[in-house]
Design a protein around this ligand. Structure first.
Ligand code: ADP
Length: 318
């Protein structure tokens, strides 16, 4: 049963229309579980580096919403932007920042989810997704792992994925498909696997590289946040130097693990220094000032102080 809302010139019987509405609302319900529409809380400044990509996205979504008067004559915002590059470099993160900063509705969908969870339905979900995005413009459709949705021959050339691909092409190009105010943001690690037709839909393609030294330094600082640490500017410099080839996601995991290190130290401690104010700080077994306690035998665990994160704990060796 077609659910495309009725093309011009094709009138539906009332019963057929009711049925179509039912299916449509059913699909929209399913779609809300497959896509994320809420606003994540990621600011531009939370994204380290990637200045070029940020600028392109601002050109395409932020400025047209905030300053529509600038987009006159032939100057039109980008309709499709493809973010491509190695995994874990912040493509989805950037999309989240875009969602936070736009005033419009943000739809985020993972292609592999669509294909695996919604097999058979995915084609209609795609249609509904575009319908909803058009109805609530200005809007951004973010499609993660777009290669698995629109992969060319090689990646699972089955009937279903081919139909989904066709639906995408129909939705993104067609005389009756007005996409003004709808930005399609795609992300992929393997742009060469994209169908040629699909790739053409993304007028602007932005390479998202592994972070440079300066960006890695910012990443360490961002992920550490306001967690108490003894790290100096020089330490951050050293960390950035020793993490060449790390992605933003690698650094995030590294710091996450290091953040737990003081807890582990408390857990393993056999001696604690007792401060004048009655606080307990774990210390080395050889420390003569330490008193013999363990985490379980501390008289007052609410007075336990975790040691600061230091460079030793943030060591970058695998
Ligand atoms: P991708 O979509 O490119 O595979 P993600 O955006 O999912 O990568 O990144 C995974 C995680 O790594 C993010 O949630 C974020 O915590 C961290 N990260 C990656 N790149 C950056 C960056 N440039 N700035 C801040 N955090 C980043």
């Amino acid at each position: 049963m077609p659910i495309d809302g009725g093309k011009a010139g094709k009138k539906k019987e009332p019963k057929e229309e009711d049925e179509s509405k039912d299916i449509n609302s059913e699909l929209k319900k399913s779609l809300t579980t497959a896509i994320v529409t809420e606003k994540p809380n990621v600011k531009w400044d939370d994204v380290a580096g990637l200045e070029k990509a940020k600028d392109v996205i601002k050109e395409a979504v932020i400025y047209p919403i905030k300053m529509p008067q600038l987009y006159v004559g032939k100057r039109k915002p980008w309709r499709g932007i493809l973010l491509y590059g190695p995994p874990g470099t912040g493509k989805s993160f950037l999309a989240k920042a875009c969602a936070t900063e736009t005033q419009g509705t943000f739809y985020s969908v993972s292609s592999s989810d669509l294909i695996t969870k919604w097999l058979g339905e995915s084609e209609r979900l795609v249609r509904s997704l575009f319908e909803m995005a058009r109805a609530s413009r200005p809007s951004v459709i973010f499609i993660d792992e777009i290669d698995s949705l629109c992969g060319s021959r090689k990646s699972g050339d089955n009937d279903s994925s081919r139909r989904v691909l066709t639906e995408f092409l129909v939705q993104t190009e067609g005389v009756d498909k007005d996409l003004t105010g709808v930005l399609i943001l795609g992300a992929t690690n393997t742009p060469w696997e994209l169908d040629i037709g699909m790739r053409r839909r993304f007028e602007k393609r932005v390479y998202i590289p592994l972070p440079e030294k300066q960006a890695r330094k910012i990443l360490f600082k961002l992920h550490l946040g306001d967690t108490p640490s003894s790290l100096t500017e020089q330490d951050f410099e050293l960390l950035a130097e020793h993490t060449e080839g790390y992605s933003g996601s690698d650094i995030s995991s590294l710091v996450k693990d290091a953040l737990m290190e003081p807890i582990r130290k408390c857990q393993a401690a056999k001696k604690f220094i007792v401060t004048e104010e009655g606080y307990y700080i774990p210390t080395a077994p050889s420390d003569p000032k330490g008193q013999p306690f363990t985490l379980l035998t501390l008289p007052d665990t609410t007075k336990l102080i975790a040691p600061l994160i230091s460079l030793v704990k943030l060591n970058t060796k695998p």
